[in-house]
Design a binder for this molecule. Structure first.
Ligand SMILES: Cc1cc2nc3c(=O)[nH]c(=O)nc-3n(C[C@H](O)[C@H](O)[C@H](O)COP(=O)(O)O)c2cc1C
Length: 355
């Protein structure tokens, strides 16, 4: 890593995380960057954005699987300040996930093969959702299933309990069955979205796209045409790391999903391509660790962002990004965050003020 710039910060062993996540980040020896002048808290600026019918007080959400069920971070982050919380992917039945080791560090990123471990719908509704309801933030539930029927059942039950949004996970690379089958086949994806949207018409439906497809614009259009209210991207990128002492893969699952700053430029390109292809809102995800990263995604056309691996590096990353965005607006004398969205200059398509 010597000589390479990388914004991964030091780990925070004081926060409760998956013990595997802790052990990986305790060993990170990468230079951190101080974001000068982006630390001012200024909540008077208008940071609100709309994701279809869903109004967020600011464009910063948490990415599924990296913020637990919210409670795990409540000692560090006032959850009321967040634009939204996207909880860990929920399936009908609890899932144990893949065998350990399931996480390892890579340059400027991490590999995970958690395998969608989660508490299952029943426990989520009984133990997790009531806690989240105490906060003035939007709750989006990431769901995963093995069939259209499973997705529909999950979505219907969750919408009936009043969650603010559903995010369809059709893009997890770490399980043999399930979501990914839908994410890489346009016909299956369209069928799934149509069925879920029919069931949950009053609630915002976000489709989380896989980066593992030949054409992001094509899949973005499939999601839009099938009735998705928004798309979010990207999920992790399938990748491999090998221990040169043992000659074994570092993960028991052999491959895992790459996340963190290493994937940011790829994610940014895909978010830009997606926002050019559709008129529904795009939510940018991938390697966002500070306000400047978030700004890049907004300029590329994202209406909101999700922070993932950044939470492991700095548990306060989300709120620092929110205050950093407000400080940026004030410094540039820009009235609302909407004036930034899609504002990247020097491209043929230019600014798209509708997003
Ligand atoms: C440990 C871990 C668990 C994840 N679990 C989920 C999940 O349950 N559902 C999902 O859609 N994405 C999941 N993701 C993907 C993230 O939500 C996000 O799309 C990805 O990590 C890229 O963003 P990042 O670079 O900011 O982490 C997970 C990622 C990590 C690192």
């Amino acid at each position: 890593m010597k000589g390479l710039y990388c914004p991964l910060a030091h780990s925070r062993p004081d926060i409760h995380r998956d013990s595997e996540v802790n052990s990986v980040f305790d060993s990170i020896q990468i230079r951190s960057r101080t974001i000068q002048s982006l630390t001012t808290t200024d909540y008077s600026m208008d940071l609100s954005v709309n994701i279809g019918k869903l109004k967020l007080k600011n464009p910063v959400m948490t990415a599924s699987g990296t913020f637990g069920y919210g409670e795990e971070y409540a000692d560090f982050v006032d959850l009321n300040l967040l634009g939204g919380i996207v909880v860990k992917g929920i399936s009908l039945k609890p899932m144990e996930g893949n065998p350990a080791p399931r996480i390892c560090e890579t340059p400027c990123g991490m590999l995970n093969a958690i395998g969608l471990q989660n508490v299952g719908l029943k426990t989520f509704l009984r133990d997790k959702l009531p806690y989240l309801r105490n906060f003035d933030t939007k709750i989006v539930v990431n769901i995963l299933g093995n069939s259209v029927q499973e997705y529909v059942r999950l979505a219907k039950t969750l919408v009936d309990t009043g969650v603010d949004g559903i995010e369809l996970n059709v893009s997890c690379p770490n399980v043999k069955k399930g979501g990914m089958t839908f994410g890489i086949d346009p016909r299956s994806l369209a069928k799934l979205i149509t069925a879920v949207k029919r069931t949950v018409s009053s609630t915002v439906l976000i489709t989380k796209l896989s980066p593992n497809v030949s054409s992001i614009p094509d899949f973005s259009r499939v999601a839009e045409d099938a009735g998705s209210d928004a798309i979010s991207l990207i999920n992790t990128i399938p990748a491999l790391s090998i221990d040169t002492e043992t000659w074994k893969p570092r993960l028991a699952n052999v491959t895992g999903g790459l996340s963190g700053p290493a994937i940011k430029p790829i994610a940014l390109r895909m978010v830009w391509e997606a926002s050019q292809a559709v008129s529904i809102p795009v939510i940018g995800i991938g390697g966002i660790t500070n306000a400047l990263d978030a700004l890049e995604f907004l300029l590329a056309g994202a209406s909101a962002v999700q922070v993932g691996t950044g939470n492991f590096l700095n548990p306060k990353a989300t709120i620092e990004i929110i205050s950093g965005l407000a400080a940026y607006l004030r410094r540039k004398n820009i009235q609302t965050i909407g004036d930034i969205i899609g504002g990247m200059k020097g491209t043929k398509s230019g600014h798209n003020p509708d997003h």
